[in-house]
Design a protein around this ligand. Structure first.
Ligand code: SAH
Length: 458
């Protein structure tokens, strides 16, 4: 028999929001049936209109707020533009932190069934504004004018902005100046619909510790009109620029960067430091976008690894070797593994740049390379994982269980897969001692965690 749903499409109902999704939607439950409502906050009483009903969940629109959450902040439309579509922009920062910490606690209990562990209060930022060291700004045209800003959520419409509240001021300034110069020189913005025009994206990266700025111009065409004048004006007006890069993306695609990259002026890379480790950042390389909180996160990972100098360490999902190079200063040897070969090339270069000789890197899938190392007799004392949102591959977790490193440090950007994987490791003989949530991306729904696990019978 077909189960009837407790709500009907196009009806109006009174609700109290109980929860928040990581996209920032309020969750109301009608007889256990969840309805997701953008802009609703936990604890708020509201009138909603049901706009869609699926079998297991529905969607609604906020019509009237009867009781507001103390964490709600009212922001003007203009200010909203300055957030560039952050999911938690309508929540006060202390509320965001509370919500993220709760999410970690709930998910670890519900999915991980983990109870005997310490979950520390989340480490937020003292100043949660202007933290991002990288911008990728889409360029378009409105009423004959060059505009640049961000895509409206779930759309291809560009909202023109002249300041972002989450970008570092140097990045904001760089984007605005490049935008102005391009408009003045009449460089045609890219028209997505017709696949015509020149300038698709303005990208800027900034080394906060070194004060070095990189500008990347992404164009559809192999040539940039008025290139020389453009370079000259950028260099004059932005004295921190050390590198101007041209990336050509001639495809009809949502992917920002194309295959061809060349240096137009200056160096191929800029440099930055996290702690005492120096990194070379190219236009294409992955680099953490919030250097302040990255330091907080890595210091915790290092503390949880509790190295004395004699250990052999594996860093799985090592990217450009960021965590590996931190660990190498305190370990006998570090083995880093990462799927993307270009990232491994960067990791090797970064090791050299810092005179670190006890870190080796191999490209490949962690779930293939680490079992191979294990078969060959490479057994780590400490193993660090920092996987993407989908978490660790089961084959990797089973190898960890067989390898029995004394400690596992799990860095995670998704509490749900963290909880699932911690459960598997617990069943395989590990105990989760503590979890430290860190807010790496204020005003967005993301939360990062670092966890320490030890072998139970050790
Ligand atoms: N630890 C790094 C990067 C973490 S991001 C840092 O802190 O900077 C996760 C990394 O995992 C990405 O670089 C991604 O390319 C890599 N990755 C994804 N799937 C993988 C797999 N199966 N095996 C190894 N690495 C993988």
């Amino acid at each position: 028999m077909k189960r009837t749903l407790p709500v009907e499409k196009n009806t109006y109902i009174d609700v109290i929001f109980e929860d928040l999704t990581h996209e920032g939607a309020g969750v109301a439950k009608i007889e256990g049936y969840p309805i997701f409502v953008p802009n609703g906050l936990p604890g708020e009483k509201a009138l909603i209109k049901v706009i869609k009903v699926n079998k297991g969940y529905g969607f609604g629109r906020l019509i009237e707020l009867y009781e507001k959450s103390p964490y709600r902040v009212e922001i003007s439309k203009e200010e909203l533009h300055k957030y560039g579509g952050c999911q938690l922009e309508h929540i006060r920062y202390d509320g965001q932190l509370k919500y993220k910490e709760n999410q970690v606690r709930q998910v670890l209990a519900r999915i991980g069934k983990l109870e005997d562990l310490v979950i520390h209060p989340i480490l937020g930022m003292d100043n949660p504004w202007h933290y991002r060291n990288k911008a990728q700004v889409p360029v378009g045209e409105k009423d004959g004018q060059l505009i640049a800003g961000f895509f409206k959520p779930r759309s291809h419409e560009i909202v023109d902005t002249d300041e972002s509240l989450i970008q570092i001021p140097e990045i904001n300034e760089a984007v605005q100046i490049v935008k102005e110069i391009c408009a003045k020189l009449g460089i045609r913005p890219y028209d997505e619909g017709a696949h015509k025009g020149v300038l698709r994206h303005i990208m800027a990266r900034y080394g906060q510790q070194t004060g070095e700025l990189m500008i990347v111009l992404v164009t559809r065409t192999p040539d940039i009109p008025h290139q020389e004048q453009l370079m000259e004006e950028i260099i004059t007006r932005l004295p921190k620029v050390k590198s101007i890069i041209h990336n050509i993306n001639s495809k009809r695609t949502n992917v920002i960067l194309g295959e061809h990259t060349k240096v137009l002026w200056g160096n191929e890379v800029i440099y930055d430091y996290i702690g005492n480790v120096r990194f070379a950042i190219s236009a294409l390389s992955f680099y953490q976008v919030n250097p302040i909180q990255t330091k907080v996160l890595y210091d915790k990972a290092l503390e949880y690894a509790a190295l004395t100098g004699t250990e052999s360490v594996i860093d799985a999902y090592c990217g450009i070797g960021t965590i590996s190079l931190f660990l190498a200063q305190k370990a006998r040897k570090v083995f880093g593994v990462e799927l993307v070969p270009e990232a491994i090339e960067d990791a090797k270069k970064n090791a050299k740049l810092n005179g670190i000789t006890n870190a080796v890197f191999e490209s490949g899938a962690a779930e293939i390379v680490i079992p191979k190392w294990y078969e060959a007799g490479n057994k780590a004392d400490v193993l660090v994982v920092d996987p993407p949102r989908k978490g660790c591959d089961e084959a990797l977790l089973q190898t960890i269980i067989k390898m029995k490193p004394k400690k596992v440090v799990y860095v995670s950007c998704n509490p749900a897969t963290l909880a699932r994987d911690l459960r598997i490791l617990e069943d395989g003989g590990y105990r989760t001692v503590e979890v430290q949530p860190v807010d790496m991306f204020p005003h967005t729904g993301h939360v990062e965690c670092v966890s320490q696990l030890v072998l139970k019978n050790d």
